[in-house]
Design a protein around this ligand. Structure first.
Ligand SMILES: *Cc1c(COP(=O)(O)O)cnc(C)c1O
Length: 366
């Protein structure tokens, strides 16, 4: 048996190291995972009741069209229900866009380095990825625009960018949108937008009414704290959303995910709390990095990319042995950097303490 030739070289996704595995391997009792940008405060307390309520329905298929949740999100965003599509995480929305829009040989443009799922799914469909290097850790929109050809189907803009955490500003995006052909779909991945309170940060919703070719990706995995339930969504023009809906699996989101997402959306107080704690955490980490004379990219989401000046694999191992799991830049093409999720204040302090010790250990070794 032979799989499709265009998938043979694809890697199997390597997630952040699971906490249980690290505890077992290193004999640690306490491990802090700051590797997957999960919410350190969990999720809204309302979510538990919403999930419990659905347990009696576990034998029934979910509502594939997620009608109730769609209405709730539409009203939350101020868009029409036919502008929204749900996926098993926004990862699945990326997959569905690729599945619905790419022919073999189509071109698609993304930054390098950015969220890997754009390229991954494009390649599965046989599309050609045109990767435009980041400039100072930021999307280089003029260069991405210059890469557009007649074969370009989709441009992916990860805002803020994972893994660097930088943003494309409103004026940069305005200029890009004015110039990009309307036949090219522009996907704005806004997985962390709920964390951001900055006048420079463009709200993708503002572009929807003006540009039919814009699709937003959002998720319940990050600030809403529902990563395990797998639910995210796309927002776009009704015609585009209809095309994506045509390739959707009939029951792609579960009852639990839909009910939990609705409950999470309603708890605005929890979201406000998480946004504020994250901002405090980021400020604390930045201030400590300055004390340690380390540089980092400007961070806007719930993670920060820090240049430790040490080989990233060594820093990763050193922090791991102290019970802190981060993302090593060696896996992301940033050989001396680590990507760290902003945790609770207590977790952030433990991270900084471990980082300081690791820096000393790695320095005395050379
Ligand atoms: C976390 C993340 C997602 C989506 O995650 P799901 O859990 O699949 O919703 C999408 N894009 C970026 C950039 C992310 O960091």
């Amino acid at each position: 048996m032979q799989p499709k030739s265009n998938i043979i070289h694809l890697p199997v996704y390597e997630p952040g190291k699971p906490m249980e595995e690290v505890k077992r391997e290193l004999g640690l009792t306490e491990v802090i995972k700051l590797a997957s940008n999960e919410n350190p405060f969990g999720t809204s307390p309302n979510v538990k009741a919403a999930i419990e309520n659905e347990i009696s329905n576990v034998s029934l298929y979910p509502d594939g069209a997620a009608v109730e949740l769609t209405a709730a999100v539409a009203s939350h965003l101020g868009v029409q229900p036919n502008q929204i599509i749900f996926g098993a995480g926004s990862d699945e929305v990326i997959l569905m866009i690729a599945r619905a829009f790419f022919h073999k040989g189509d071109e698609t443009i993304m930054a390098t380095h950015t969220f890997p799922q754009y390229k991954h799914n494009a390649e599965i469909e046989g599309a050609v990825s045109i990767e435009v290097p980041l400039k100072d850790g930021k999307h280089d929109l003029p260069a991405m625009l210059a890469a557009v050809t007649e074969r370009t189907k989709v441009v992916w803009i990860c805002n803020p960018n994972n893994p660097t955490g930088t943003i494309v500003t409103r004026s940069e995006l305005d200029e890009f949108m004015q110039k990009v052909p309307s036949s090219v779909m522009v996907v704005l991945d806004e997985a962390y937008c709920e964390y951001i309170d900055d006048a420079e940060y463009p709200d993708g919703l503002a572009y929807l009414s003006k540009y039919k070719n814009v699709v937003l990706l959002r998720t319940f995995s990050k600030i809403y704290g529902l990563a395990s339930l797998r639910i995210g969504y796309g927002v776009g023009h009704p015609d585009v959303i209809r095309s994506i809906n045509q390739v959707r699996e009939p029951f792609n989101t579960t009852r639990f995910a839909q009910a939990a997402a609705k409950a999470a959306l309603e708890d605005k107080e929890f979201i406000r709390f998480c946004r504020e704690e994250n901002a405090k955490g980021l400020a604390y980490i930045r201030q400590e990095l300055e004390r340690l004379q380390l540089t980092a990219y400007p961070a806007y989401g719930n993670f920060i990319m820090v240049d430790t000046g040490c080989p990233a694999d060594q820093m990763f191992d050193s922090l791991l042995r102290k019970g802190i799991i981060v993302r090593g830049g060696h896996k992301l093409n940033f050989p001396t950097s680590i990507r760290v999720t902003v945790g609770s204040q207590e977790q952030n302090e433990k991270f900084i303490t471990a980082l300081e010790t690791s820096l000393q250990e790695l320095k005395t070794r050379v």
